[in-house]
Design a protein around this ligand. Structure first.
Ligand code: CAA
Length: 395
């Protein structure tokens, strides 16, 4: 059987963060509620000249060797934070990154689940046309009302992946457990920038979906828990992994005891410093496991759980390809995370919540981003992007 999966993967996060200890001080609560109770240390904050398109382009750029560019047949961009009701955000990226014209571009939406649908569709497309590659991007800004319980779970970032045959990093297994249920646990009506959420219900639905998808995955021929040495969960906040693992402790006590909490702790490292990135969060957890593990993960199996409120869940699995380590961008990702600038609460408020009147069709934004690609404003309601490194050089 042809092996299909993730051949290359890249992370982008904005160059600014708000410490959760700062937020706790403003909310006048014990910082340990966020640091331990929620399991978050920092939230990534995009300046006004970054959006899901510029973050996605910054994540995808390092993957685009001439060979890869020549063979990308499809761009799938998954996001909860779309920038247009009609045009898919991926088309801006197709333009910015000069991808070939013989290509299809689409946007996937189902809250935080969209990238998993994108990954599964990409695998199916490669199965049909094995010489083509698919660019799957997950890019999101998690934004809630200020001074709410949900504010501590904000964040921003993007993951880009190349899906191909004979992948160098991860083989995706064919077993899938899915679960869909119509519920209002988290949603964002068209006219709202900030999400509405029923926090407790959302956690309940997440855990119920995990239970159902696990059962369906096993019925589909999926591996037993004892064969999955590592688990990566959608992480709206890193404590969620502990809650998710408690489902396995209840329904698979022996195997859960054998694999233990060490099955998920390495996957929490990046998310703890970035925050929720909706569609990208599960793949940030996966990358965190691959890049921070002290052991060689070659040929080990990983269980992955994707959850998008509303709700759709999916449990699937994958195995790590021998030699994967030499194809990761660990040094660049660690540098990206370590070189970020700390914001104070006032600066975060201005950047995160400042809204431009939708009636204003033309405006320019000052350059604040540390990234190569930036959102530089709008002309007659058309969003404008630029390669800021090129414009600095006067090209
Ligand atoms: N020291 C240590 N721990 C403390 C503490 C302290 N001083 N004070 C409180 N805690 C602990 C609590 O005991 C609790 O732990 P458990 O969850 O293990 O019981 C934890 O901190 C959180 O405390 P609360 O339950 O009181 O938290 P809250 O009600 O203020 O809000 C939340 C938590 C519901 C997750 C809220 O942040 C929220 O609504 N977030 C957005 C929604 C979300 O992330 N949902 C997740 C599932 S849905 C999903 O995954 C999709 C998605 O991305 C949105």
């Amino acid at each position: 059987m042809m092996r299909i999966g993730i051949d290359d993967i890249s992370l982008y996060v904005p160059g600014f963060f708000l410490p959760l200890a700062t937020l706790a001080k403003v909310h006048n609560i014990d910082p340990n509620k966020y640091l331990l109770g929620i399991g978050q240390e920092k939230m990534a904050v995009p300046p006004p000249d970054e959006d899901i398109v510029s973050m996605a382009a910054n994540a995808a750029k390092p993957l685009l060797t001439p060979l890869v560019m020549e063979s990308i047949s499809t761009v799938i961009l998954a996001t909860e934070s779309g920038v247009d009701q009609s045009k898919s955000a991926g088309l801006f990226i197709h333009g910015i990154l000069n991808l070939r014209a013989n290509c299809r571009v689409i946007e996937f939406k189902q809250a935080c689940y969209g990238a998993t649908a994108g990954l599964q569709m990409a695998c199916a497309l490669v199965n049909q046309r094995p010489n083509e590659r698919i660019l799957v991007i997950a890019s999101d800004i998690s934004c809630y009302q200020p001074n709410t319980d949900a504010e501590c779970t904000e964040g921003a970032g993007a993951i880009a992946m190349i899906v191909s045959q004979s992948p160098r990093i991860l083989n995706i297994h064919p077993y899938q457990g899915r679960y869909s249920f119509d519920v209002m646990d988290f949603w964002r009506p068209n006219q709202h920038k900030m999400a509405f959420v029923d926090g407790k219900l959302s956690i309940e639905m997440y855990l119920e979906s995990l239970k159902q998808t696990w059962q369906n995955y096993r019925l589909d021929g999926g591996l037993p828990l004892s064969s999955l040495r590592h688990l990566c969960f959608h992480l709206p906040f890193t404590k969620m992994a502990q809650k998710a693992f408690s489902i396995f402790e209840a329904i698979e006590p022996k195997a859960a005891k054998d694999i233990g909490p060490q099955s998920y702790t390495t996957s929490q490292i990046y998310g703890r410093d970035i925050g929720n990135c909706y569609t990208a969060s599960l793949y940030i957890a996966l990358l965190s496991l691959l890049e921070n593990s002290t052991e060689d993960l070659s040929e080990q199996n990983i269980g992955l759980f994707s959850y998008g409120s509303g709700c759709v869940g999916e449990f699937f699995s994958a195995s790590v390809v021998k030699g994967y380590n030499t194809h990761l961008r660990k040094t660049e990702h660690h540098r990206l995370l370590q070189s970020r600038h700390e914001l104070n609460y006032e600066q975060y408020l201005v950047w995160f919540y400042q809204d431009i009147d939708p009636q204003i069709g033309s405006y320019e934004l000052p350059q604040l981003t540390c990234g190569r690609y930036r959102f530089n404003g709008s002309k007659n309601h058309c969003r404008q992007y630029e390669n800021s490194q090129q414009s600095q050089k006067g090209n």
